[in-house]
Write a protein that binds this ligand. Structure first.
Ligand SMILES: [Zn+2]
Length: 236
């Protein structure tokens, strides 16, 4: 399929891609290669969820741009997964701000530009154009430009398998976006007033090392938490 690439905006042959990068779906397949535990509505039985579908979004050159951040971040997240949980509050690891920040931005931006049904209600508004330019220019921006955190869920299999469309919320007066994917809770601050974020928040780029909080939970608590964060208009 030929069309405008969402990133470079040139008319190109477009690749068929998942909304989120391929590796993030790996934990959501069982040993038989069947997609599991995916639902946009935790109160209903899991159903095949559009989040696993593919769409024509990027040209191969732009896929290549983002794959640099993805390959790095996949290794980084797997190394964090390998840290044994012994009741500690989290981990601090060496990391490359440049690639991990752009990886985080790419997750939010890809969810914004997706035309798949389940993503239709999700938007980051005008911030999407800033993100597109940053991704195209390979520019991670300052730490306070759309900062995020990824907290590792421990103790819940369901949390490992669940990928959810991002949800817009308010937290301590800030506009935030959250979603679970790859066994992590991803939380982005999308407020324009991000200069007022307390320095103590463990956000990517706020500290020399990457701070990864650990979130102990159970399957029941994880599902209840997911339900509590859902906005009613997403329950369709
Ligand atoms: Zn492109």
């Amino acid at each position: 399929m030929i069309g405008p690439c969402a990133l470079c905006q040139h008319e190109r042959k477009l690749c068929r891609s998942h909304v989120l990068p391929e590796f993030m779906y790996a934990k959501s397949y069982d040993e038989n290669g069947t997609f599991i535990s995916l639902s946009s509505h935790p109160q209903r039985k899991p159903r095949p969820f559009q989040v696993g579908a593919r769409e024509h979004m990027l040209c191969s050159e732009c896929e290549g741009r983002l794959s640099v951040y993805e390959a790095y971040s996949a290794d980084l997240l797997r190394s964090i997964d390998a840290i044994p949980y012994q009741g500690q509050k989290g981990a601090e690891v060496e990391y490359d701000y440049h690639r991990f920040k752009l990886f985080g931005l790419s997750l939010l931006w890809r969810s914004h530009v997706s035309r798949l049904h389940d993503y239709q209600r999700f938007s980051v508004g005008p911030l999407a154009e800033d993100m597109r330019r940053m991704l195209l220019a390979d520019d991670p921006g300052s730490a306070r430009m759309c900062p995020f955190t990824a907290a590792r869920f421990v103790g819940s299999e369901a949390a490992q398998h669940t990928i959810h469309v991002p949800v817009n919320l308010k937290l301590n007066g800030q506009h935030v976006v959250f979603f679970p994917a790859f066994g992590y809770q991803w939380l982005f601050v999308t407020s324009r007033r991000s200069h007022s974020i307390p320095d103590s928040w463990p956000l990517v780029g706020f500290t020399d090392k990457l701070v990864v909080p650990f979130e102990p939970t159970t399957d029941a608590r994880f599902m209840a938490w997911l339900k509590s964060k859902m906005t009613p208009d997403l329950l369709n």
